[in-house]
Design a protein around this ligand. Sequence first.
Ligand SMILES: [Zn+2]
Ligand SMILES: [Zn+2]
Length: 282
Amino acid sequence: MGLDLRERAADSGWPGARVAESDDQRHDAAELEAGYTRTHRRYELGSIAATTAACTWLVTRIAASAPVSGWWMPLAALVGLLLADFMSGFVHWAFDTWGDIDTPVFGRLAIRTFRHHHVDKTAITRHDFVETNGHNFGLGFPFMIGTSLYLRPESATLFDVFVAESLLMMVVFSAVTSQIHKWAHTAEPPRFVKLLQRARLVLSPEHHELHHGAPYNRNYCITVGWLNGPLRTVRFFETLEWIISAVTGAVPREDDLGKDTAIEVARETAAEPEPEPDPARD
Ligand SMILES: [Zn+2]
Ligand SMILES: [Zn+2]
């Protein structure tokens, strides 16, 4: 099934889909896997503990605020889910597209895992809870500290509380995004997860599989994937890549695909004004 979807991606006319077919195993999976150090593990454990504590602090501040109302929670959850989906796409795009494992700070902390996932997409299914989710917990920490400091229970307005609830839900959904991504690659996920995938309330395997067709430049959002269509329609990431390349001269996906292929993909992307509709969304 994966191969079939990959062929469908290659036949879809998506920019660069054919160009990179033969050149998508540039990195050695075992070497990248070996980059998972004890220091990284400690960072993940610390991230889970710190962000859980920061979320708890924010919950106590929301609960102590006078205008708190349960009626706004479903809307805040929806806003948080959309923000998390956007964040998942933005972070995924950034680490897939720029830098390499020698990039200061982010290279070994994050980019390594994104390169690894493209050369061995099922490795994530063998990762435990900490390795799967630790990094995403860490991304939420500054948001939770910032929001807790912003929300003053004694003078908070309903708008303040709504913003705090939305950001809390964004961090909660972001924290479980890698778990959702892992389930999209798991052959037999739990039954309730399959139901959520079928209802498209979490990322579905069919929708995500299209990202894994070289040159890996579509469907970056991996929480629910709802924003992949709209972002593609407005050429959000393509425009960002064009601006960054024009300003810095950097070639998008150079480390992931190799320079020659990456340049060809960038050329095809620039020459393709209207990408085809997603064949997995029928
Ligand atoms: Zn990717
Ligand atoms: Zn994946």
